[in-house]
Ligand binder design. Structure first.
Ligand code: SF4
Ligand code: SF4
Length: 277
C-alpha cells in the first residue's frame, strides 16, 4: 500500500506528518521524493547502506550526418535541442530523455549519452524502518527520473509512505502517481488554503482518494475548515500549534516519540485510511 503525503507549498509540516506517521506504523518504508530539498533523513537519521546514481540520456548530434533539417528542434517541447545555422545546439540540463528527437531525425544523426543527475540513498533508520531518499544534483532541471527510480526500488508488499514534493509540478505528479491514498497537509492560513486548492484539483483529476491534516491548528482563521466542509474533504487530524513540538522540530526530532500523547494522532490517521481502502 502506498500513501503519499503532500502539500500546496513547502513548510506546512508535510515531512513532520509523513515521518511521524511512518514510525507509528509497523513494517513501513518511507521514501522522500522531495528531491530538490529532501529533509526526512534529518529526522529519521538513517544509516546509509547504499548509494545509487541516477542517470539520464541526452542527445549528441553527429554533424557529419546532420543536414540541419530542423525536425529535432520542432519536436522538442523543452527547447533542449535547437538547430541553428551551422550546427545543432543541445542544452543537456533541459533534456527529459524522451527519445523523440532521435526518432524524428531523418539521417540518424542523433545518439544518446548518459549523465548523472542525482543519487538515491538507502538505509535503515534508528526507528527500525527503512528509508530511501533521492537528491538531485545542483543545476539539474527535473527530478522526475530520480522519483521514478526511487519508487521502482519498492516492493509491492511494503507499506510505503511517500514524502512528496510540494505543489502540482511534474515531480509531484510523478511522486503521487499510483498511490492508494494521499494525505494533504495544510495550515489554517489564507495562503495555505489557496495553495491547497490546486493540489485538491490535481488529486481529483488523478482519481486519488485523499484527506486533510491541519497542522498548527487553531493558529489562523476558519477558512480552511469552511473550504474542507464546502468541498466535502475529510479532516483526518489536527495537529495543534505547540511550542514543544516546534522545539523538537528545530532540534531534528520527531515529536510523537517524545510526546507520547500525540502518538495516537498518527495511529488514528492510519486506521482511518485503512477503513477507506
Ligand atoms: S530527447 Fe526529448 S527532451 Fe531531449 S532533446 Fe530530444 S526531444 Fe528534447
Ligand atoms: S533532425 Fe537530425 S538532421 Fe535534422 S537538424 Fe536535427 S539532428 Fe540534424
Amino acid at each position: 500500500m502506498k500513501i503519499a503525503v503532500l502539500s500546496g507549498k513547502g513548510g506546512t509540516g508535510k515531512t513532520t506528518v509523513s515521518n511521524n506517521l511512518a514510525i507509528n506504523i509497523k513494517n513501513t518504508i518511507l521514501i522522500d521524493t522531495d528531491v530538490e530539498e529532501p529533509n526526512s533523513h534529518i529526522f529519521l537519521k538513517p544509516d546509509i547502506e547504499k548509494i545509487d546514481s541516477v542517470f539520464i540520456g541526452y542527445p549528441e548530434v553527429d554533424m557529419n550526418k546532420c543536414n540541419l533539417c530542423g525536425k529535432c528542434g520542432e519536436f522538442c517541447r523543452f527547447n533542449a535541442i535547437i538547430p541553428a545555422k551551422n550546427s545543432v545546439v543541445v542544452f543537456n540540463e533541459s533534456c527529459h530523455d524522451c527519445g523523440g528527437c532521435a526518432m524524428v531525425c531523418p539521417t540518424n544523426a542523433i545518439t544518446y549519452k548518459q549523465r548523472e543527475i542525482g543519487k538515491i540513498y538507502s538505509g535503515k533508520t534508528k526507528y527500525d524502518i527503512d528509508m530511501k531518499y533521492g537528491e538531485i544534483n545542483i543545476g539539474e532541471m527535473s527530478g522526475v527520473r530520480i522519483i521514478e527510480e526511487v519508487k521502482e526500488k519498492i516492493k509491492n508488499e511494503e507499506i510505503v509512505i511517500i514524502d512528496s514534493p510540494p505543489g502540482t509540478a511534474c515531480s509531484t505528479v510523478a511522486a503521487v502517481e499510483g498511490v492508494d491514498y494521499a494525505i494533504l497537509v495544510s495550515e489554517p492560513t489564507p495562503f495555505g488554503v489557496s495553495d491547497m486548492k490546486m493540489v485538491v484539483e490535481m488529486l481529483r483529476e488523478m482519481n486519488i482518494p485523499f484527506g486533510l491534516v491541519i497542522n498548527k491548528a487553531k493558529l489562523g482563521d476558519d477558512e480552511i475548515y469552511e473550504y474542507a466542509n464546502n468541498e466535502n474533504i475529510e479532516i483526518l487530524a489536527e495537529i495543534p500549534f505547540n511550542k514543544e513540538i516546534a522545539k523538537l522540530y528545530a532540534n531534528g526530532e520527531l515529536f510523537s516519540i517524545h510526546l507520547k500523547e500525540y502518538k495516537e494522532i498518527f495511529e488514528n490517521i492510519y486506521s482511518q485510511i485503512l477503513s477507506k481502502l
